[in-house]
Design a protein around this ligand. Structure first.
Ligand SMILES: [Zn+2]
Length: 125
């Protein structure tokens, strides 16, 4: 319980802006028609999520899950092709170089008690 509360406090401090399903659902309803396991990450990764949603829309597959895990963006979709798998791998890898809080690429590291990816400024604030 203590750990859970600590986690909430930490998230509240560090991530006050989130990428949410409601940011996309109206514009791209078909991309999310399946039941979502979870969807969300820090505002800094919005550009990565935008690219995923656009591709899902263009190529007609659904997004099942978008989340942060161990400091990286994790994406699950309904379609498997080698090309799409490589595309998703690229987005996930890119998230390690972009601050989840503000989108900066300056001095980004993945570390801390809960392995979060932040730039120098956000990590120290
Ligand atoms: Zn930052």
């Amino acid at each position: 319980m203590v750990i859970f509360e600590k986690l909430l406090i930490r998230r509240k401090i560090k991530l006050d802006k989130y990428v949410r399903l409601s940011d996309y659902k109206d514009k791209y309803p078909d991309v999310f028609k399946q039941r979502m396991a979870s969807f969300g990450c820090g505002e800094g990764w919005r550009g990565l999520v935008d690219r995923l949603v656009q591709k899902a829309f263009d190529e007609n597959f659904c997004i099942l899950q978008v989340k942060e895990k161990f400091g990286l963006l994790r994406i699950y979709v309904t379609l498997y092709t080698e090309e799409l798998s490589a595309f998703i791998q690229d987005l996930e890898n890119e998230s390690s170089k972009i601050c989840e809080e503000c989108g900066s690429t300056d001095g980004v590291t993945t570390m801390g008690d809960w392995l979060k990816t932040y730039c120098k400024k956000c990590r120290n604030s």
